[in-house]
Ligand binder design. Structure first.
Ligand code: PMP
Length: 466
């Protein structure tokens, strides 16, 4: 690609870098490192590619770092739609509605059979908090406050606020932020690659059923009349790109129905096409009660998240005889129209450019390329994924499945970066589980892009593991 930046801009940017180093508190990073290195400032993006302050081009294989920019960078039609909406009506919060919110809600619900109502807010964490509040309010209204526990799964992630951390299965993220609110109870995960191999727990469907039944065991231990909801990622993202085994999801649904527990699915990563269907749960023939989404909803062109419910859930917040009989919640910027305006255009692009189909085809290519790499590099123990949501787990021994050391996994990420390809690795809050390379290119990626990404990984693995 051609660097879109002109030479002059680079001079200006030394001041930007200085201002950043002096005043910006970056997410997720130990700032000590900026005493000897500059922060990476992403200045421009177009399609699959971004340029940093040095004018260096990178092929982005992680959609903005965290599975977000599904339709790629530099989409003028989204910027235009947002601009047109903002100059007409930018914001009115509270009980008022807006034209783009109404239109987007209708279009979204068309993609989600069985779902009915859309609640607008701004981040994935916030959307999940809303879902928790709905479950809790239903517990108070219908069950005298008793059925209030919310089950979450080890290794899943649902956000960064105190309650979503309480519902988080990545404990290093929460270790320093307690005390936490009560009533969030963990259930085991279902990482077949690690667990099924160890204890003769069965493979495929029988492992899937066993993993789901482990949730039932916890419900029985806690008492079914105390459990109101279960939150799960359809495919676990940062916790290891974990695609559930056959049989898992239908059994989870059955257990929720049996004990009258609301099934809340966190589609913050999978939502809006990441896995080749509109939503991750739609691979599994299940009907959730609450679905949350954020990242891909507007591909990062605006901050928007949604908590979507069935009409049955919504109906329970319509009791006019009780002054507490409605959802006593607000999100100030849920009233900003930039989000739904961007989301409408984002959805149009996904449809008109057939990006779900492209996602499925390019995802299959990515998996095939990674499997070919696994033939050459024994360090690759497992290749997993659906659509353009893939992972390659690195192990030093294929028999024992001993995880590759974190420093080496990070060295692979760094080597790819030096080659101009941005990849990710499972997050570092899970000691012993941070050994999976994460790949989630935008849904617009081409066959050539996929080959460039896996070629870079091939070279990096050769250099790092010899
Ligand atoms: N759920 C999942 C599955 C996520 O991956 C994330 C963010 N990485 C969140 C929730 C939280 O979203 P946000 O950072 O927008 O609050």
């Amino acid at each position: 690609g051609v660097c879109p930046m002109d030479g002059n801009l680079q001079n200006d940017l030394s001041e930007v870098v200085a201002n950043d180093k002096a005043h910006v508190w970056h997410h997720l990073i130990q700032h000590k490192m900026f005493e000897t290195a500059d922060p990476n400032i992403i200045v421009e993006g177009k399609g699959m590619r971004v340029w940093n302050q040095a004018g260096k081009e990178h092929l982005d294989a992680v959609s903005g770092g965290v599975w977000t920019v599904n339709v790629g960078y530099g989409r003028e039609s989204i910027a235009d739609a947002v601009r047109d909406q903002l100059v007409k009506m930018n914001f009115f919060a509270g009980a008022a509605g807006s034209i783009p919110a109404a239109n987007f809600a209708k279009r979204l619900i068309e993609k989600m059979p069985g779902m009915s109502r859309v609640y607008f807010s701004n981040s994935g964490s916030e959307a999940n908090e809303k879902g928790f509040k709905m479950i809790r309010q239903i517990a108070h209204k219908k069950y005298g406050g008793k059925k209030n526990k919310i089950l979450y799964r080890e290794r899943d992630y649902h956000g960064t606020t105190i309650a979503t951390l309480a519902a988080g299965g990545q404990h290093e993220r929460s270790a320093q932020y307690g005390p936490f609110p009560e009533g969030f109870i963990s259930v085991p995960h279902c990482l077949e690659y690690r667990e099924a191999a160890q204890d003769n727990l069965g493979q495929g469907e029988s492992y899937g059923l066993r993993a789901a039944n482990a949730i039932e065991d916890i419900i029985l231990r806690e008492g079914p009349d105390t459990v109101g909801g279960l939150i799960l990622e359809p495919i676990t993202a940062g916790g290891g790109v974990i695609v559930p085994p056959e049989g898992y999801w239908p059994r989870v649904q059955e257990i929720c129905r049996k004990y009258n527990i609301l099934l809340m699915i966190d589609e913050v990563v999978c939502g809006l096409g990441r896995t080749g269907t509109w939503f991750g749960y739609q691979h599994y023939d299940i009907q959730p009660d609450i679905v949350t989404m954020a990242k891909g909803v507007a591909s990062g062109y605006a901050a928007i998240s949604l908590t979507v419910t069935t009409e049955e859930v919504f109906e329970q917040f319509k009791d006019a005889s009780d002054h507490m009989g409605y959802f006593r919640d607000i999100s100030t910027f849920g009233g900003c129209t930039a989000g739904p305006a961007a989301a409408l255009e984002n959805m149009r692009i996904i449809e008109d450019e057939n990006l779900l189909e492209n996602c499925t085809a390019r995802g299959a290519q990515l998996i095939a390329n990674l499997e070919a790499l696994a033939k050459k590099h024994s360090i690759i123990g497992d290749v997993r994924g659906k659509g353009l949501f893939c992972g390659a787990e690195l192990v030093t021994n294929r028999e024992t499945r001993e995880p590759a050391p974190e420093a080496k996994v990070q060295a692979v990420v760094k080597d790819c970066m030096a080659q101009g390809v941005i990849i990710g690795a499972t997050n570092r809050s899970l000691p012993g589980f941070n050994n999976t390379l994460c790949l989630s290119p935008a849904l617009i990626c081409t066959a050539e892009d996929i080959d460039l990404i896996t070629d870079a990984i091939d070279q990096a693995l050769s250099r790092v593991f010899g």
